[in-house]
Design a protein around this ligand. Structure first.
Ligand code: IMP
Ligand code: MG
Length: 186
């Protein structure tokens, strides 16, 4: 059954905070497609190990992987550095790697890079395993606060240093299911 198109909520409330619409699902879809096109071109004919960083990256992972025309294997790690809206300054590993990355062409997939701390930690962790190559894809990058300690090879959007939710990203555990991305209302 076809349903009438639903209108988009321009503002939403999650717990004690209000957020406003920032990136609509079609813009996100287009950005993910662009990243997929680049990866398909650069890795043509190769096997790629996608290393997804949970929890936030689950939506971008799902959409990106469906667009990759390559031989793909998937590994997931679960890292946590945020509490509410604050980076805690330390990274916790909640779920680790199951298989070795030795000689693999690895692409790390993130929802958002903020200070870069989480990925600095992950890069150190996987370097010991001697992957053949490591590249990084992130849907969002907070360019003004990023520590610049590693190259981000594929970026969907550079965004200001403001808290965002939706499309996998949460505030106090809420909002991950939203199709669009919302930014904190000041
Ligand atoms: P970093 O270690 O400072 O780069 O932070 C990276 C992680 O913190 C991301 O993978 C997210 O899980 C979380 N994070 C950073 N900024 C935001 C945000 O604006 N909204 C939701 N989660 C965020
Ligand atoms: Mg993340």
């Amino acid at each position: 059954m076809n349903e009438a198109p639903m209108s988009i909520d321009k503002t939403i409330q999650l717990d004690d905070l209000q957020f406003e619409l920032f990136l609509e699902k079609d813009q996100i879809k287009e950005a993910v497609k662009k990243i997929a096109d680049q990866i398909n071109q650069e890795y043509q004919g190769k096997e790629v190990l996608i290393l997804g960083v949970l929890d936030g990256a689950f939506m971008v992972l799902s959409d990106l992987l469906k667009k990759l025309d390559l031989t793909i294997s998937l590994e997931l790690v679960k890292l946590k550095s945020y509490h509410g809206m604050e980076s805690t300054g330390e990274v916790q590993k909640l779920l680790g790697l199951n298989s070795s990355l030795k000689d693999c062409e690895v692409i790390i997939v993130e929802d958002i890079i903020d200070t870069g701390q989480t990925l600095s930690y992950l890069l150190k962790l996987i370097k010991d395993q001697q992957p053949k190559s490591v590249k990084i894809a992130s849907l969002l990058l907070k360019a003004d606060v990023f520590n610049d300690q590693f190259p981000v090879d594929y970026v969907g959007f550079s965004i200001p240093d403001k808290f965002v939710v939706g499309y996998g990203m949460d505030y106090k555990g809420l909002g991950r299911q939203l199709k669009h991305i919302y930014i904190i209302k000041e």
